[in-house]
Design a protein around this ligand. Sequence first.
Ligand code: G1P
Length: 283
Amino acid sequence: MDTIRHCVIPAAGLGTRFLPATKVLPKEMLPVVDRPLIEWAIEEAMAAGAAEIALVIASGKELIQAHFERQPALEAVLEARGKRAELAAVRHSQELAHITYCRQEEPRGLGHAVLCAAEVVGDNPFLCMLPDDLSHAPTPILAQLRRAWDEVHAPVLALMRVTPDQISRYGCATVSQARGRLHRVTEVVEKPRPEDARSDLAIMGRYVLPGSIFEALRRTPTGVGGELQLTDGISALIAQGPVWGLEFDGELLDVGTPDGWLTTNVRLARELGRGAAVEAGLA
Ligand code: G1P
């Protein structure tokens, strides 16, 4: 099958970059302007055409689930007090998407988190995004990747040029021929040492992947940091057929570290005004 229905969103991480705020509160529930950052991520997935969200969570992350469930007592109070805008906001999050929760029992890496969604996604191609960065682009970044996939019908990775001192924080992609901003990817390496990096193109946490990635991940040995790396699974896909990388238009705004989160909140609050995020089409 060749139809994209699902978006896999790994949200099982320990949030170590944001301690102590994330000691109990899931990182994904931190607010960005007026809503938790996971809601921004799901809005972006929907804008890219996802009909089903596979949200990978770990124990201790139940608050995420509660946010997307009905809260009848709260609704009743808002209704009784005639608070229509607030009621609409509360209902918006629970009507936003059909979400299936996948449990990651142990923190064994991003590749392992994606593998936890295998049963939900099946053999179909799917979107995948890490919610640590918000898309800030005229066309949301995941939708740009989806369009590229419509063109090439093969895996697509979001790519961004970074400075040599930054590349070892990311998966690094080497590319050959290009169709404009769409490059054929010839090699991917997770978090190379700066002296070993063969390009300045970083993989930026947005992907269109085929169902065959799950089998590739099952065969992939543990990689950098003692974790099962999604990048290593993608490396196996490159051996099987074309993989593409899109240098996307627009920016990704970091909300996964205290500095990035603060800067992004101030910037979006100024740009959008509270409550205007959805109307502006930036989620
Ligand atoms: C993950 C991926 C990496 C990617 C990065 C983007 O790393 O493993 O390939 O470049 O996200 O943010 P993490 O940031 O989880 O260490």
